[in-house]
Design a protein around this ligand. Structure first.
Ligand SMILES: [Zn+2]
Length: 64
């Protein structure tokens, strides 16, 4: 079965702009990675948890 990337949006804690990130569910139900904001290019620490139903939830923190 093919897995699909989940598109999740979050608000950049640096500049407040909306960003979208793609989450690969095959990477596990609890994933942490850094991604640069597409607007201000500062790094955000992204933490995604995926529920048993496959619904992602996202938390974003500053990455210095
Ligand atoms: Zn930003």
């Amino acid at each position: 079965m093919l897995h699909e990337l989940l598109e999740v949006s979050y608000r950049c804690p640096h500049c407040g702009e909306e960003n979208e990130t793609l989450v690969d569910p095959s990477g596990g139900s609890d994933q942490t990675y850094t991604e640069d904001c597409s607007v201000c290019c500062r790094a955000n620490l992204i933490r995604v948890t995926i529920s048993g139903e496959g619904t992602p939830s996202i938390a974003v923190e500053f990455e210095e």
